[in-house]
Ligand binder design. Structure first.
Ligand SMILES: Cc1cc2nc3c(=O)[nH]c(=O)nc-3n(C[C@H](O)[C@H](O)[C@H](O)COP(=O)(O)OP(=O)(O)OC[C@H]3O[C@@H](n4cnc5c(N)ncnc54)[C@H](O)[C@@H]3O)c2cc1C
Length: 305
């Protein structure tokens, strides 16, 4: 990547970062916007999520978030397989019929719109630190970028930058997607959640569609500034299979182990950290796809002033 100067550096290529980059690029025509992703686009929660679009009563702005997401999918012709499902009426544990989409396809599709709009997107470019010599400098192993603003859209991994004055609420999460045997399909609940009895630990499951089930578990922890490594919970499959024995022999399709952050100050979205030119955007828990997309619009408006 080398040495550069730009208006905005967005750190993180999930939905928050991509939506931020796209909206800032559109509202600041001609400005140089750079997005740096440690791995590949959608490598984090945005590419791994259940894809359930929820209007969550306890989450401020949730209705506006989902309305905006549907409009953006339509207007930008985003490829994400959005569809509405009928909930099964089989006496499952918690039934609902929320709209469902493929989160990785959505994320990649927003990335394509970013490239078309002129955003400079770099994968395999982990940001290691943010320095301040009067101007802001975003540093990686083989690059330095001078910029006017930084948006940290790295979700729970923001703690690694040591910019927060207090601990960030974080969950270490392991999840596995499995293919459902035809014989198991009628008895598997649509939506499943249970606290395991160990403090702060839980397991959950969600139907992705008729043939696939996503299940996982997590542990609430506090991220300290010296960093934490996510630990896969080796017990997660056994714990879930205790309640859903049909899944014990299901074929795994993918596994993810990582961190997600919770709401900060009771509400996600934005906060300036340490320096008024550095924004943290994120912290949406398990209802974050629509919130992440709309946060990008909101931060773009803030940067206009
Ligand atoms: C298992 C699971 C299921 C979920 N299910 C749902 C659901 O059904 N519905 C829903 O609405 N929400 C769901 N969510 C929540 C939703 O996925 C997230 O809230 C949302 O995707 C967060 O987007 P983000 O862009 O902020 O974070 P992420 O998608 O995690 O993006 C952060 C990016 O930052 C990158 N990064 C980290 N550190 C650095 C660095 N130093 N330098 C550069 N890049 C870096 C990461 O590689 C990652 O790509 C789920 C989350 C999980 C984990």
């Amino acid at each position: 990547v080398g040495r550069h100067h730009c208006f905005l550096v967005v750190v993180g290529g999930g939905l928050t970062g991509l939506s931020t980059a796209l909206h800032v690029q559109e509202s600041h025509s001609g400005a140089r916007v750079l997005l740096l992703e440690a791995g590949h686009i959608g490598a984090g929660a945005s590419g791994r999520a259940g894809g359930i679009i929820v209007n969550h009563a306890a989450v401020p702005g949730s209705q506006e978030d989902t309305d905006y997401l549907y409009r953006m999918i339509d207007e930008l012709d985003l490829d994400c397989g959005l569809r509405r499902l009928k909930a099964p009426s089989s006496g499952a544990l918690h039934e609902y019929a929320n709209p469902l989409l493929n989160p990785l396809r959505l994320t990649r599709s927003v990335a394509r719109r970013c490239l078309e709009a002129g955003v400079h997107v770099h994968e395999i470019s982990p940001v290691e630190s943010i320095a301040n010599d009067g101007g802001l400098i975003v540093c990686g192993r083989d690059y330095q970028v001078h910029c006017n603003f930084v948006v940290l859209a790295v979700d729970a991994y923001a703690h690694a930058f040591g910019l927060f004055s207090e601990e960030l609420q974080v969950t270490a999460e392991t999840c596995v997607a499995v293919r459902l045997h035809a014989s198991a399909r009628p008895s598997i609940p649509w939506n499943y959640y249970e606290e395991t009895g160990d403090a702060g630990k839980y397991v959950w499951g969600r139907r992705l569609d008729e043939r696939r089930f996503l299940f996982g578990g997590g542990e609430e922890i506090l991220a300290e500034s010296d960093g934490i490594e996510p630990r896969p919970d080796p017990e997660v499959i056994r714990k879930l299979a205790r309640h859903l024995p049909e899944l014990a022999s299901a074929v795994p399709l993918s596994l993810w182990n990582g961190l997600i952050s919770s709401f900060v100050d009771g509400e996600g979205r934005f906060r300036q950290v340490v320096d008024p030119r550095i924004w943290f955007v994120g912290g949406y828990d398990g209802y974050g796809l629509a919130a992440a997309v709309r946060a990008g619009v909101q931060i773009a408006k803030l940067l206009e002033h």
